[in-house]
Every structure is written in structure tokens, then in C-alpha cells.
Design a protein around this ligand. Structure first.
Ligand code: ZN
Length: 275
């Protein structure tokens, strides 16, 4: 059974009945998922994520959206409320800026792992035509965070995206940094075709995990852009199976098992995320 380390709740697809249906579908191939709060036009934030996790505690591990415009104390409150980790979509500037570091230090102190959007400008953002590269999201920012917080456990979502080579190098330098692979069809992102030819990859075989980024999973199989709500209901389970098949074909069964479940379990054991 797989572990999906990158999932959201789609706006408009989040009633208790719909969540029930989603869980039932995912359970065909997935043991549990990391459910990440984001606030935006397409996905739901902290309260909805926590409610879903409370309704399905064995299936959803809830991550609270970190708000860098609010005091650091929020992190303790999230932990008390039942969140197990933190999600960073935007730090209001470079991910590893001086202003952002106190938040990571607090997460480190409380033992809460942090997953961070990396590579591109997060999408979809109203008024933004596409996924552009932003200096704020360069994976080297995570290396900087790791230097300030050597005991903080982090996952680079999208594996650095367009900057996937930089993400591999950052992870090589930061032993507590994992990379999340999901965009496996993209020509430019961290995809399997790119990875298979990269020397450093072998060093990181134990630190690459998988996450579909549901409901944006639609993008993985050539769904039309821009994203539309109708694209959200494409079956995620089929895409997880497809990712597993491609991993097997390109890198072998051991890699498939490592990326689809074993590495996430290792991260969860290290962090107490899912004892
Ligand atoms: Zn996402």
C-alpha cells in the first residue's frame, strides 16, 4: 500500500459524503495520506483539513498552513489543535529569509515537520497565467533553513520543480531534507525521465517520496490547462498506479517501493508523524 505525501481538499468537493467517497477511492491503493491545508480558490484551509482528519484519523495526517503574517505562537496552537505538521505555500518572500527563520526554529523546537512548495510560483493563482520560476522558491532556500535548523525535518514538494537539479544538491547537503516527486509527466520538472539519468540520485534513494498533489493530480495525465473544477474529479488512484508502473519501468521495483511507501514511513518514524 502506498503513502501519498501531498494531497489537498478541493473546494467544492469537501462535504463529509464527498470526503468519504474520496477516502474510499484512495484506500484501494493508499494506506494513508498527508493532507495539506492551503487557502485559495481551489483548495481548503486549516479548519476543513482538521475536520477531515478528525473524521478519518487513520487516513489523513493533517498539516496546517503556516501564516507568516501572524505570530510564531500559531505553531503551538496548531499542534494543540491536532495538526501533525506544517505546510508552507508562501513565506512572503524567499522561503529561507531572515524573517521566516523564527517560524522554522519554532517548528524545530516543537518537533513538527514542514513541507514546502518549491520550484515554481504556486498555481493556480488568479491573474497569473502560468507556472513561472520564482527566486523565492529555489530549493537552495531549504538548504539555508537546514543550516539554521539542523533538526528540522522538511519535504520539498514538487521536488524543486523546474529547479530539480538544485533540489537534489540541496538534499545532498541537508540530511533531513526529503524530496516529493509527483509531477512525473512534465518535461521540465522533477520527472522520472530526468531523474533516471542523474548521478546524485542513488545517494538519495532513501529520501524521495511520492505525492500526487490532488486535486491538481489532473495535470499529471495531460489534462487540459488551465485547471478547471471538472478536472478535479479525475480518478487519483489511476494516477498513483501509473506513477508506480513508471517507477518500476524506469528505475525498478526497489525504487518503486522506496518512493511509494518505504521512504515516507522512514520520514514518519523519524518525526513521529505516523507512529
Ligand atoms: Zn499542492
Amino acid at each position: 500500500m502506498y503513502i501519498d505525501c501531498h494531497m489537498h481538499l478541493a473546494a467544492g468537493w469537501s462535504s463529509p459524503e464527498q470526503v468519504e467517497q474520496l477516502v474510499a477511492e484512495y484506500r484501494q491503493v493508499v494506506d494513508h495520506v498527508w493532507l495539506l491545508a492551503v487557502d485559495g480558490p481551489y483548495c481548503l484551509g486549516n479548519s476543513a483539513v482538521l475536520a477531515a482528519a478528525q473524521a478519518h484519523p487513520d487516513f489523513f495526517i493533517p498539516f496546517a498552513l503556516l501564516d507568516f503574517t501572524h505570530p510564531v505562537e500559531q505553531i503551538n496552537n496548531y499542534r494543540d489543535a491536532g495538526f501533525r505538521g506544517l505546510k508552507v505555500l508562501s513565506a512572503g518572500g524567499p522561503l529561507g529569509s531572515e524573517q521566516a527563520l523564527p517560524y522554522y526554529r519554532e517548528a524545530e523546537r516543537l518537533g513538527m515537520p514542514v513541507v514546502l512548495h518549491t520550484g515554481s510560483v504556486p498555481a493556480p493563482v488568479p491573474g497569473l497565467p502560468g507556472l513561472g520560476v520564482s527566486d523565492d522558491y529555489h530549493p537552495v532556500e531549504l538548504e539555508r533553513i537546514a543550516q539554521a535548523c539542523p533538526h528540522l525535518h522538511m519535504v520539498a514538494l514538487h521536488g524543486g520543480g523546474f529547479c530539480w537539479r538544485e533540489a537534489l544538491i540541496a538534499a545532498h547537503a541537508a540530511p533531513n531534507l526529503f524530496l516529493c516527486l509527483g509531477d512525473f509527466d512534465s518535461r521540465e520538472g522533477m520527472c522520472l525521465d530526468n531523474l533516471a539519468g542523474w548521478d546524485l540520485l542513488g545517494l538519495l534513494q532513501e529520501r524521495i517520496v511520492a505525492g500526487l498533489d490532488y486535486p491538481f493530480a489532473a495535470q499529471l495525465c495531460g489534462a487540459p490547462e488551465p485547471f478547471t473544477p471538472s478536472a478535479f474529479v479525475l480518478p487519483a488512484v489511476d494516477k498513483l498506479r501509473l506513477l508506480a508502473t513508471r517507477l518500476t519501468q524506469r528505475l525498478g521495483v526497489a525504487w518503486r517501493d522506496a518512493v511509494m511507501s518505504e521512504n515516507a514511513r522512514r520520514f514518519e518514524q523519524r518525526t513521529g508523524l505516523h507512529p
